[in-house]
Design a protein around this ligand. Structure first.
Ligand code: SF4
Ligand code: SF4
Length: 242
């Protein structure tokens, strides 16, 4: 930090901030460590309780540290839903793209100053520009529509794993919460491409569900009383078939 602060004094750094991916406790520690000019976190309406989360957002507001946002559309996951879900949006404000709801939700938070959106074609660029031209924060009715969508998306999860990790360590090396996170993500967003990548490339073979030897140790430790052994079998088959 001393080196960076010296560069700032010399005018070589104009704004000194940090980008963050870890849990809330680490975030609070770093945010309070010094008087930052800005910081950058991952936040969207489906990720309010992970990493810094909304609690972290509130702390930045309290400390007056402006925010840059990553993953406002969660890697595209918040851009494509079936009609049974988008109808909640259309009932309140019809004609807007699904992605624009996520972009408006995040920019409606007053301490959000910059939103980083990865765009892969001209239509997405146009849509984002339209969303932020004459920007209007979400109304109360629109917030309620987002809450309804969040509820319905979460109800599509395959099981109720919260990622608490009480079931770990597994003697056979199975990363139980990670297996369930991929399976549940697939259930919620039906994003085949992302799921294939997370399952096929981002997950070690030795941590996959298939290594379970059915010792039963984890099931007694799970506060959600999940049928872990049975669910592991189901997910291995389902994800392998993608
Ligand atoms: S039942 Fe399977 S997943 Fe659970 S602790 Fe035993 S080997 Fe690991
Ligand atoms: S204890 Fe249960 S809820 Fe917690 S991570 Fe393990 S399977 Fe998921």
């Amino acid at each position: 930090m001393e080196f960076c602060e010296k560069l700032k004094e010399e005018g070589k750094i104009k704004y000194l901030g940090f980008s963050f991916h870890d849990d809330y406790e680490a975030f609070e520690y770093i945010l309070k460590y010094r008087d930052w000019d800005f910081c950058q976190i991952q936040l969207n309406y489906m990720d309010t309780d992970i990493q810094a989360g909304l609690k972290g957002y509130e702390l930045t507001e309290k400390l007056g540290v402006p925010l840059v946002i990553m993953e406002p559309i969660k890697g595209g996951n918040l851009a494509n839903y079936p009609e049974s879900i988008t109808e909640h949006f259309d009932a309140v404000t019809p004609g807007m793209s699904t992605a624009s709801w996520a972009m408006r939700w995040i920019a409606s938070l007053p301490n959000v100053k910059v939103v980083l959106s990865g765009m892969s074609n001209m239509d997405q660029v146009k849509d984002n520009l339209e969303t932020y031209q004459d920007f209007k924060p979400l109304s109360e009715a629109e917030y309620q529509a987002v809450d309804q969508v969040v509820k319905e998306l979460n109800s599509r999860a395959k099981n109720g794993c919260t990622g608490c990790e009480y079931c770990l360590p597994c003697p056979a090396g199975v990363d139980i919460p990670r297996n369930f996170s991929i399976w549940n993500g697939y259930g919620i967003y039906s994003n085949v491409g992302e799921t294939k990548w997370r399952w096929g490339q981002d997950m070690k073979e030795e941590a996959k569900a298939k290594n379970c030897v059915e010792c039963g140790q984890c099931e007694g430790l799970c506060p959600q009383n999940l049928t872990i052994i049975e669910d592991l079998k189901k997910l291995q088959e389902e994800l392998d078939s993608l």
